[in-house]
Ligand binder design. Structure first.
Ligand SMILES: [Zn+2]
Length: 168
């Protein structure tokens, strides 16, 4: 997958995102295309635009790239793409891997997105105690995640089908 460079409104390079996310940011009027691939276009029923190589955000975002992004429940859901860490289905809640009742903290490495069912089932137990292994380990969000979070761009599930593959 080709990545697109994202510039802040001040033209300062921020991060890279996938081509799909870049196009969605442009279609949502959150970014403008600064430079396009000469031969690659994104085509859909109502859209036909050059595939962006560089985009620039329409408004300036402050993103703490050199320090840790502040933890938030919404941030955990964005980082995990709204996928449950236990079953992979759509997640709407945040689960503490080590439960708060056992001293677990609100940190990126101790929280995962979870469906309500699994969150309820796991209750005040660790994944080992509950027999519910994590599908993936929690991680610190990437600069791209932090940037998208700062933009309020958190609904990755809304990607239109035609954007799944760029048209050649
Ligand atoms: Zn689940």
């Amino acid at each position: 997958m080709r990545d697109t460079l994202v510039l802040n409104a001040s033209f300062e390079p921020l991060s890279t995102v996938t081509l799909n996310r870049a196009v969605v940011l442009v279609l949502q009027a959150k970014a403008v295309v600064e430079q396009a691939h000469p031969e690659l276009r994104m085509r859909g029923a109502a859209v036909d635009i050059p595939a962006p190589r560089v985009i620039r955000l329409c408004r300036y975002v402050r993103v703490p790239f050199r320090r840790q992004a502040p933890w938030s429940r919404r941030g955990v859901l964005v980082r995990d793409r709204h996928r449950c860490a236990y079953c992979g289905r759509r997640a709407t809640t945040v689960d503490h891997v080590v439960p708060r009742s056992r001293g677990g903290q609100d940190t990126w490495l101790n929280t995962v997105a979870s469906c309500a069912e699994d969150n309820h089932r796991k209750a005040d137990r660790t994944p080992e105690q509950a027999g519910m292994p994590l599908l993936h380990e929690p991680f610190e969000p990437t600069p791209a995640d932090a940037m998208l979070l700062a933009l309020g761009h958190d609904d990755f599930e809304a990607l239109p089908d035609w954007l799944a593959q760029p048209a050649a």
